[in-house]
Design a protein around this ligand. Structure first.
Ligand code: SF4
Length: 405
């Protein structure tokens, strides 16, 4: 019988400190309508016939996960892939299984949705199923950029989707934008940010384009060519400008910048995603989903057909089981925690990790590096709290290397 961890849910929180007794559940739906040019995720374009057996396998994984023995499930996040491709009846079946197995009230239930997949009927069915937050993959309001990126939707689809969601009654909508798409210019970026603000979603994510080397665009970047617009990708300086522009516009529109890539109107921070940055437990279900119980991390097998076969057989789909040893947990406190603009409490970290004498040298090195980064304006220190200086967020990766490398 499959279990959420080889040792069962009761071991949640082994090495995590000051833990709230709640659990986030992530459900991976690894299917897309097409493959975006920059993406090489473990997702596939498959026949719709495969959706129902996949949803049934997730329900079975839920039923065998012993959720009633663990902490209260408060957040659920359906991500992908494109989970909005699944028939609403299948999404409802999964959510019903989860409610029944956990006996929990689910307070934040998010569905990632691509604009062109949304209809009036689907929006109403999602709300009725218990979803109360939709994360809309807008990415850009410029049709040329969307087309070059291989996205299926166009600007008009975003407006239509937002109208359907609002009309259905959704009051918590998140929208993503990508800075750095091929053909993006300062003008087109500013127009996209402006058009997003006209819709006024409760939450906004701005991601810098990451091109997977094995994606179609990635291969063109390496080998040359003009089919996917590799030569038209803005340079790093332009991308940093785009990010700073979005940050300024969102701040003046009343959004709280709470994580490097995320902004929310008051009370609308993503409760589920906060668990990742705060090292709180989450259980991943579905092919390729990752889990963390406070002391260990593991993943499910990536290939959806293999996942379904294993679950149907009553076997575990887990692989890549890894115990998070204290030095690694300490690293994670920094590179996950410092993504939040509120930063981290270094005094709390020193207290929590002082139980391990082997870490005292490591903590001393960290103190020296923090002093260096602070004196050069990369990190701000306020009492025992550390945070990346807000005007240095575009170089956060370099700061993490300096601090933890
Ligand atoms: S970017 Fe998202 S929608 Fe596009 S192929 Fe990748 S997972 Fe699918």
């Amino acid at each position: 019988m499959a279990r959420v961890s080889p040792r069962g849910l009761r071991v949640f929180y082994v090495l995590t400190f000051n833990l709230p007794m709640t659990l986030g559940v992530y459900i991976q739906v690894p299917f897309c309508q097409t493959r975006c040019t920059y993406c090489n995720f473990h997702t596939g374009v498959v026949s719709r016939d495969r959706f129902e057996p996949y949803a049934d396998a997730i329900c079975r994984e839920i039923e065998t996960s012993d959720l009633s023995a663990g902490p209260t499930v408060d957040t659920v996040y359906f991500g992908g892939g494109t989970p909005s491709l699944l028939d609403p009846a299948l999404l409802t079946r999964i959510l019903d299984s989860l409610r029944q197995a956990s006996g929990s009230e689910l307070t934040e239930v998010t569905l990632e949705a691509d604009p062109e997949t949304i209809t009036r009927q689907k929006a109403a069915a999602w709300l009725a199923a218990g979803f109360n937050r939709i994360s809309l993959g807008a990415q850009s309001f410029d049709d040329r950029e969307l087309k070059a990126a291989g996205r299926m939707h166009r600007r008009e689809d975003i407006y239509r989707a937002a109208d359907f969601l609002r009309a259905a009654g959704f009051r918590n909508i998140s929208m993503d934008l990508i800075a750095g798409l091929a053909h993006q210019t300062h003008e087109s970026w500013e127009a996209s940010v402006g058009q997003l603000l006209r819709i006024l979603p409760e939450h906004v994510s701005v991601y810098m384009l990451e091109v997977d080397d094995d994606s179609r665009l990635g291969k063109e970047v390496l080998a040359g060519g003009s089919r996917y617009g590799a030569a038209k990708i803005p340079d790093d300086d332009a991308m940093a400008d785009f990010y700073d522009y979005a940050a300024a516009r969102l701040a003046s529109a009343g959004y709280d910048h709470y994580e490097i890539s995320n902004w929310g109107l008051p009370g609308r921070h993503s409760q589920h995603n906060l668990k990742y940055w705060r090292r709180q437990p989450y259980l991943g279900l579905g092919a390729g989903a990752h889990s963390f119980d406070g002391g260990s991390r593991w993943a499910n097998v990536h290939e959806p057909a293999r996942y379904v076969t294993l679950i149907e057989r009553g076997a575990s789909a887990h692989e890549q089981f890894e115990t998070v040893v204290p030095p690694q947990a300490l690293q994670e406190e920094f590179y996950l925690g410092l993504r939040q603009l509120e930063g981290i409490d270094f005094a709390r970290i020193e207290r929590d990790y002082s139980f391990d004498p082997h870490l005292s040298d490591r903590l001393a090195v960290l103190r020296d590096r923090i002093d260096y980064l602070r004196s050069n304006g990369f990190i701000e220190v306020d009492g025992s709290r550390l945070r990346i200086a807000p005007d240095r967020l575009t170089v956060s990766n370099e700061i993490f290397v300096q601090l933890l490398g």
